[in-house]
Ligand binder design. Structure first.
Ligand SMILES: CC(C)[C@H](C(=O)O)[C@@H](O)C(=O)O
Ligand code: SF4
Length: 392
């Protein structure tokens, strides 16, 4: 049993956790300051039931003295780090599978079910089995317009959707030490897509710099011991990685973009907790250049948080994207899981910078979702067909 430093609940899984906690006898949460509440999946409320869930959670927050970010801040996995609600060495749980994202900051964070969350809300601790570690040793320098998303898709393809089940991925090598925090977040976010419990980048100068002004923290070393025993070590030369794409309907169906180049797309989504940060939009803007988006593609862009939205706005990118034909929406999960808006009809094809392409993930079970980097998404949005970003 381990005490948790933070417990995150959002509008989809929070109501169930709260109800189960009440069934367990209710009372007060273990520590209102360690409970992180926000709404991101169905905002602004897209149905009466979503509105009712929001009301129920607001009431609970008021009764318990929990600060509620409500609909104002954006997607959970961007907001939690941004607001300094997680720091290196913490144990944080969230009732959302991509909670593993905070491993980018050297935290042990993992997604749990709503009933486990009910227990955590009440007692502030949870049972964990210490996972074995798969060490990813990635070195070298990315080709132009190839980046962290192409690397993590490569790993998903190699390891498989269940190849790291209940293991931890440790991301090492100069590919990670030179990678910025947004890139590390993209990689840690997708650890769960290989079944991993956690995906951790050892904290370094970049991490401490990110923490500055967010929360009080004294730098310390959190590297694996010299003689640590790994379940497995995998070595990568990232210079050899080409732009990658996960083709329907599994995240580990990964091929080089060139293998499916020319396939028409109906919708391109740039956003989500995987790739919805300023750096992702800046990359898309660089690829866009003076072009416009194809008339045949609906381009939907959703920055992952208010802070990221403001960065994109201040850099003049929203104007650029809107003029090029995109729809730029306010921070939320958006079309990522076929929730609030942007759903696909049968037969339609989506190219998305998010993390999942299960059948029906973004709408009809007869639709098709491809996953790529923001550079590949932007290149394809210009041409209207899946396109290698190095060729635009
Ligand atoms: C709604 C939520 C439970 C879900 C998750 O746990 O991941 C969602 O965020 C997703 O990406 O599928
Ligand atoms: S953006 Fe997508 S993957 Fe991330 S929390 Fe929201 S629905 Fe889940």
């Amino acid at each position: 049993m381990a005490p948790v430093d933070g417990a995150m609940i959002h509008d989809i899984t929070g109501p169930l956790a709260i109800n189960v906690m009440k069934e367990m006898g209710g009372g007060s949460v273990f520590d209102p300051k360690k409970v992180i509440m926000l709404f991101d999946h169905q905002i602004p409320a897209d149905s009466i039931s979503a509105a009712e869930n929001h009301v129920m959670m607001r009431t609970f927050a008021r009764e318990q003295g929990i600060y509620n970010y409500d609909i104002k801040e954006g997607v959970c996995h961007q907001v939690v780090p941004e607001k300094g609600r997680v720091k290196p060495g913490d144990i944080v749980v969230g009732s959302d599978s991509h909670t593993c994202a905070y491993g980018a900051l050297g935290a042990f964070s993992t997604g749990i079910g709503s009933t486990d969350m009910a227990y955590v809300l009440k007692f502030g601790e949870l049972y964990f089995r210490v996972p074995e570690t798969i060490r990813i040793n990635a070195n070298g320098k990315f080709q132009n317009r190839v980046g962290p998303k192409d690397l993590i898709l490569t790993l998903a393809g190699d390891i498989g959707a269940d190849g790291a089940t209940y293991r931890a991925l440790e991301f090492c090598g100069n590919a990670f030490s030179e990678m910025d925090i947004p890139g590390r977040m993209t990689c840690a976010n997708m650890a769960i897509e290989m079944g991993a419990k956690a995906g951790i980048v050892p904290p370094d100068e970049k991490t401490w710099e990110y923490m500055r002004g967010r929360t009080e923290v004294t730098p310390f070393s959190l590297a694996s011991d010299e003689d640590a025993v790994f379940f497995e070590t995998r070595n990568y030369d990232i210079a050899k990685i080409n732009p990658k794409i996960a083709v329907p309907h599994n995240v580990d169906n990964v091929v080089d973009v060139t293998e499916v180049a020319g396939k028409p797309v109906d919708q391109v989504f740039i956003g989500s907790c995987t790739n919805g940060r300023y750096e992702d939009f800046a990359e898309a803007a660089e690829v866009l250049g003076d072009n416009v988006f194809s008339e045949d593609v609906r381009v939907i862009m959703v920055p992952a948080s208010k802070a990221e939205y403001m960065k994109v706005l201040k850099a003049g990118l929203i104007e650029k994207f809107v003029e090029a034909g995109a729809l730029v929406e306010a921070p939320c999960c958006g079309p990522c899981m076929g929730g609030a808006f942007g759903l696909l009809a049968p037969g339609e094809v989506s190219l998305s910078t998010s993390n999942r392409n299960f059948r029906g993930r973004q709408g009809s079970t007869e639709s098709f979702v491809y996953l790529s980097s923001p550079a590949t998404a932007a290149a394809s949005a210009i041409t209207g067909v899946i396109t290698d970003p190095r060729e635009v």
